[in-house]
Structures are given as C-alpha cells and as structure tokens.
Ligand binder design. Structure first.
Ligand code: AGP
Length: 606
C-alpha cells in the first residue's frame, strides 16, 4: 500500500517524481522520499509526514539527476520516521518497495553476519543489502536482481537504481501491481497507471513474478524464470489532469455530493431508458448457478452484504459473503457451477485479489465490481462490472460504495428475472426506484446543515452504536466504520434485534444510537427495539421516512425524515446521512478527513 514511481529520462526527474507521488498519496502518506543518480552517484532525500514535507525539503536541498525512484509510505515494519522512510540505500543501490518481505528477519541476520550495517527497522532494507551483497560478489545488477528475487518470501513490488548505472532502472512485481510507462525518449515505473497519467498514456503491466530492466534504448522484461518475455502495451484512458476539490473543503465532501451524478452515470451504463439491461454478457446462465460467493474488504464487503439480501430475496439465489482476509486462508470448498463476485473500489486490495485468485483456481466463474477498470482484479476477472464513480480520493469510501450498490442491485434484478423469481413488472418497479434515487439523494443533501448541527453533539462522544435490520443492517456496519475511520470515535454496527442479547448493557445517556429504519415491513420490529433502548435512557438518532418519524415520535432524541422509497433501494439512500454524519463529526473535531491517521486508501499489503 505504498506508492512507487521510477523515471529514466534525459531531463531532471526530482520534481517529476514528487508529482507522480502526489497521485499515489492515496496509497500511504506517513513519509516519503526520492533517490536520484547524478554522475552515477546516489542522492537521497526523505521526509517524515505528508508528501508536502518532502516537496518543501526539495526546494531547500535540490536533487539533480535524470534517473530516479520515489516512494510514499504506509508503514508496515518500523514507525513512520525519516530513517524508516524509503528509499533505503547502501553505497551501491537505492530501493523503494511496496508490500512485505516476510522472511526479512532471517535475511537480515544472514546479512548482518556478513557485516552489512542496517540503519532502519524496515524489511525493505534487506532488499538493498542483499542486492549490494550480490554486487560485491561480482554479479551484474541484472544477475543480482534475479538472484535476490528468488530469496524473498511475500508479496511485493520494488523499484531499484544502481550507483554508477545512469542507464538502468529496475523493477519487479510479486503480488503487488507494477506498471511500465512508455514516453517520448523516457520510461517510467509506477504502482499504478494513475501515477504515470500526466507523463504517458502508453502502459504495460508486469505480470506475476516479472522483473524489468529499463534502459534509454528500451525495456527488457523477464518472467519469474528470468526468460525474456513481451508484455502488451496498451493505451490508458486515465486523465493526466490533477484532480482537485473544486468548491468543496475536502475530497470526501465533494465525493458525497457527486453521488447523484455518478449513480445516474452508473445506472445508465447498465440499464436503458426502456429498462433493458446492458450488463456485460455472463459466461453462465443465472439459473445454472448453484451459489454466489461474494468476497471483499471493508466498505466493499458491506456492499456485498447488502447484495446478499438482494440476491436471496429477488433471485432466490443462495449467497455466501466473506471477508477476503478470512476467505483466502480458510480456503473454503466452493461448489461446482458456482460464481465468485469480488467487490473493490481500487481493484488492488491484496486480500480480495488473493481471494479472487483462489476462486479462479477452484474453477469458479469470477465476476468483479471495480472502480478502476485497469486494476489487477479487473484484469483477472472473467467479467468486469465497472462502477462509474470516477477517482475516489478520500480514504473513506462514499461514492464507490453507493455505485457498487447500484451495480449489485441491477445484477440481482437481472438474476431475479433470469431465475423466474421476478416478473418484468416487479423488476421495472425496482429499476424505476433506482432511476429516481439521484433526485432523492439531492433532497437529503439539501439537509446537510441539519446533519452538520447533529454532528456537533458527537464531538465529545467516545462511543456510538448503529442499528439496522435487513439490508439496512450492513449499512449500520458501514455507518460505524465511517465514523470510526475519520472521527476516531469508537462505533459498532448491530442488527437491531440483537441488542437485547448483550449490547443493550452499553446503553446510557452518553451513548448515541443511530437507527436506520425506513417504514418498511421490518419497521415495527425496530420500533420495539427503539422503545427498549429509549426506556434505558439511550439517545436515539433516527433516520427514517415521514411515517417512521411520526410513529417513533418523542422516543427519538433527534430524527430526520428521508424521502419515502421502496425497501430495495433504501440501503443506497440511507447511506447519504450516514456519510454526512461521519464527515461532519470528523470536520468538527478538526481531523484530517481525507487522510485519516494510520490509514491508506488502497490496502495492497495483507
Ligand atoms: C472504507 O471507507 C475504507 N477506507 C476501506 O474499508 C475500504 O473499503 C477497503 O479497504 C476496501 O478497499 P477496496 O474497495 O479498494 O478493495
């Protein structure tokens, strides 16, 4: 989950490296650094904290050189200090690294016995020292790289420059993505094509186990057996333009407000105005599928949980939903004629990617709902369903989540018709409700101020509970996650009916309980749970519709009536107040909303 850039050019690269890192800051932002070669000598600049710190340092201490590597870090081994920041270097090499070298302790012991001195607590430094060791034994950089790669366990991507070699930039990929960019007389390396978008739109991707040597006169790619191989160069449609916040304070706020547009875009990508599906063709028939397995992490997994309700109710299709980090090591048996659906904003989340690989090995049809169409997951899947959310920069996922829900509901409706469980008329009712969702979201967004006021009462809270039933239960989990990750308030999501089995013991006047409950077939059940909480002094914050708000009346400490919608689309609409509440609480606390502490946007390590 760190970001890597490398450039081999004929012009100074230091500023270009920092620009590239800026577009990768979503991958980590606790420290950053660059290394360049000037007349064959390594120069290194690193700074603790956000990338701006490095950029300021670069203004004071210039770094010349026409070849270099850069890194923005999300700490795994060792605190986010300058000494642990990448690049890690010896006199002979400088290395940037994303991922984890799992056997680094053993390698470090071995290298220390050979008198290699370590200056950091990182696993990355073992790469630099091992490469140096091989160079000292007389190996060429290429031989050193080939030999070193065979010694590392784990998933990683690396970029390397070698002292004395102004014409050589090297990279490798195992488990973590790495793109090569082809420019006009210059070449680039990047953790993803987005970093390279301002420099070139001609990209090739290293495949699993590949390593690459880049020279001024061309690129040589080797596979894991060191054989020279060709990898296709493709044109990316990624924009090189800097993505800015426009009139908004934060990317998260902008992304919340973009939802009516991106939801409409995503919907119309899959459904015509005559309610005909334009979903990509599947390699199977829905009625032949024995089970759908959904795997994802974090917010994407909550979208998957909502989809479980939809597929089961609308298509009577059995669904298993699992957290990718559990799924991949549990190695569950998967049924014959089963399909696995992975959901991911980035398409690069290490655990979800590993789960996808496992599912494919188990001969499952692999479907992917992703927001980055060139991502590793998209390239692995049999069928890709892109969400048209556009780049999501805020670490807290908002528009990716609701657009995932749009795609998933369309798929569930398509499956419902195909499996004979939904009539055309029933399907059209749901699609019509989906079509109207952007307008309803706009209505909720107009209530922003009210939620902003409510958020002020959360600022001094240490804990909060979120309750929901049915497909609103996953949203309770999502609401709690949103609040936790940006406001740092401890929050839990619960199925409302589960309160009496334990969590009700937590209730006191200091605990806000956010209830997500439209006036649907489950409303009366939740209303009883509200009474139980209220009778014990709990403060209910109710998001319902007019009917629901009226029914609960004074038992709620605070309430908001959302537009009335059919229950199938409620999980999409009710996501909006939940996001706004987290956003305004974090804002009122003065937190860094877009880059909350300890997190990174894309989690490409386990
Ligand atoms: C959500 O707000 C998160 N920051 C996080 O849970 C995220 O959803 C998760 O890491 C999965 O990411 P992905 O969608 O890119 O796979």
């Amino acid at each position: 989950m760190c970001g890597i850039v490398g450039i081999l050019a004929k012009r100074p690269v230091a500023d270009l490296l920092v620009d590239g890192l800026r577009r990768l800051e979503y991958r980590g932002y606790d420290s950053a650094g660059i290394a360049t070669l000037t007349d064959g000598k390594l120069g290194i600049l690193r700074a603790e904290g956000k990338l701006n710190k490095l950029a300021e340092k670069l203004k004071r201490e210039t770094l010349s050189g026409t070849i270099g590597i850069g890194h923005t870090r999300w700490a795994t081994h060792g605190k986010p200090t300058e000494s642990n920041a990448h690049p890690h270097a010896t006199d002979l090499v400088a290395v940037v690294h994303n991922g984890i070298i799992e056997n680094y302790k053993q390698l470090r012991r071995e290298l220390e016995l050979k008198n290699h001195a370590f200056k950091s607590e990182t696993d990355t430094e073992t790469i630099a020292c091992l490469l140096s060791d091989y160079l000292q034994q007389g190996k060429t950089p290429q031989q050193a790289m080939a030999a070193a790669l065979k010694r590392f366990d784990g998933a990683f991507a690396i970029g390397v420059v070698f002292a004395g070699h102004n014409d050589l930039l090297m990279g490798a990929r195992r488990g973590s993505p790495m793109a090569i960019g082809y420019g006009d007389g210059e070449y680039y390396l990047g953790s993803d094509a987005l970093a390279l978008a301002p420099l070139t739109d001609r990209i090739s991707y290293l495949e699993e186990g590949d390593w690459v040597e880049i020279h001024h006169d061309g690129v040589i790619i080797h596979d894991e057996t060191d054989k020279v191989v060709k990898r296709k160069i493709c044109q990316t449609a990624l924009s090189g333009k800097t993505i800015d916040k426009g009139e908004y304070r934060h990317f998260m706020q902008k992304e919340i407000f973009e939802q009516p547009t991106v939801i409409a875009d995503t919907f119309s990508n899959y459904v015509t105005s005559e309610n005909t599906f334009t979903l990509p063709k599947l390699p199977f028939k829905w009625k032949d599928i024995s089970r759908l397995t959904i795997v994802a992490c974090g917010t994407a997994s909550y979208a998957g949980m909502v989809a479980k309700y939809w597929f089961e109710q609308l298509a009577r299709l059995p669904v298993e939903i699992d957290i990718a980090s559990e799924f991949r090591y549990r190695e569950p048996p998967l049924p014959a004629n089963g399909a696995t659906l992975v959901i991911s904003q980035s398409g690069e989340t290490a655990d979800t990617l590993a789960a996808a690989v496992y599912a494919k090995k188990q001969k499952q049809y692999l479907l992917a709902v992703v927001n980055v169409p060139q991502s590793s997951m998209a390239r692995l899947a049999d069928v890709v369903f892109p969400t048209l959310a556009g780049p999501e920069i805020g670490v807290a996922s908002t528009k990716a989540y609701t657009t995932q829900l749009v795609v998933l509901l369309c798929l569930a409706v398509e499956a419902g018709i195909a499996r004979g469980n939904l009539t055309q008329q029933q399907a059209e009712k749901i699609l019509q409700a989906l079509r109207e969702i952007p307008a309803h979201i706009n209505e909720v967004l107009r209530e922003e101020e009210k939620i902003c006021e409510l958020a002020k009462s959360f600022v001094d809270k240490n804990h909060a509970l979120y309750l929901g039933r049915g497909a609103l239960y996953p949203l309770a989990l999502e609401g709690a996650l949103k609040l936790k990750e940006i406001s740092y308030i401890h929050a839990e999501g619960y199925p409302a009916g589960e309160m009496k089995h334990g969590p009700i013991a937590l209730i006191d006047e200091n605990m806000p309980i956010v209830v997500l409950s439209p006036h649907d077939r489950l409303f009366e059940k939740t209303a009883s749970n509200i009474q139980e909480v209220s009778a014990r002094g709990g403060k209910i914050i109710l998001f319902s519709d007019k009917k629901g708000v009226a029914a609960i009346g004074a038992a709620a400490f605070w309430s908001m009536a959302l537009p009335s919608v059919i229950m199938e689309v409620a999980p999409i609409l009710y996501a909006i107040p939940v996001q706004l509440l987290a956003y305004y609480t974090a804002f009122a606390k003065g937190n860094d909303v877009d880059q909350p502490r300890n997190l990174a946007k894309s989690v490409t390590v386990e």
